[in-house]
Design a protein around this ligand. Structure first.
Ligand SMILES: NC(=O)c1ccc[n+]([C@@H]2O[C@H](COP(=O)([O-])OP(=O)(O)OC[C@H]3O[C@@H](n4cnc5c(N)ncnc54)[C@H](O)[C@@H]3O)[C@@H](O)[C@H]2O)c1
Length: 173
């Protein structure tokens, strides 16, 4: 089974990839392909590299089309509220996670494990059941219009918190 680390070009994703290297087939993934290739060169020839922007459904599907089954799936790709617009933060952190999970799900086997990186910031979002219900289906049509009734999606700091609450809700259910 292949271990897959998404967001592996830097930070915690790179740290996880270093830990998984040498423990079976490893695929490291990032939209920053140069960064991922640099890490792969450090880790050795058994490591495969793929470029993928998790906001692009076609790229996510193509990524997993090249994987037979998944051992560990570690999804760390994300941006903070200072790095992008609110909508883009939600696209990467929340919709990106949903795309990855739905594409990977058919490849999970008994013993597979998945870890998605959220943040304690998610717990700063006040308990709002109708918003939380929407966050569990981030790929639904009209998602941005509907969540826009509960907070300003162009406020990137708020969008970050909400995106991470959505990761917690979607992954834990
Ligand atoms: N660093 C912190 O203090 C902190 C705190 C709480 C949560 N987190 C979360 O943990 C995760 C990892 O954080 P980090 O500090 O290691 O971040 P990082 O910026 O070092 O690494 C994130 C990686 O994600 C990749 N990425 C960004 N957008 C992408 C996209 N659309 N498609 C594919 N890859 C993309 C980047 O190229 C980068 O390599 C993130 O989800 C972050 O929100 C970080």
């Amino acid at each position: 089974m292949t271990n897959v680390v998404i967001g592996a070009a830097s930070g915690m994703g790179a740290a996880v990839a270093r830990q998984l290297a040498g423990q079976g087939p490893l695929l490291i993934v990032d939209q920053n392909i140069e960064g991922a290739e640099k890490l792969a060169a450090e880790l050795g020839s058994a490591v495969r590299v793929a470029g993928c922007d998790v906001t692009d459904q076609g790229q996510v599907d193509a990524l997993f089309a090249g994987v037979e089954d998944v051992g560990a799936l570690v999804h760390t790709a994300g941006v903070s509220g200072t790095m992008a617009t609110g909508r883009r933060v939600l696209e990467i952190n929340l919709l990106g996670t949903a795309r990855v999970l739905s594409a990977a799900e058919p490849l999970l086997r008994p013993g597979s494990v998945g870890v998605c990186f959220a943040s304690q910031s998610g717990y700063m979002v006040p308990e709002t059941p109708p918003l939380f219900a929407l966050l569990e289906e981030p790929l639904a049509q009209g998602f941005f219009d509907e969540i826009g009734e509960y907070f300003d999606v162009d406020n990137s700091a708020l969008a970050y918190q909400v995106s991470k609450r959505g990761v917690q809700l979607g992954v834990i259910t």
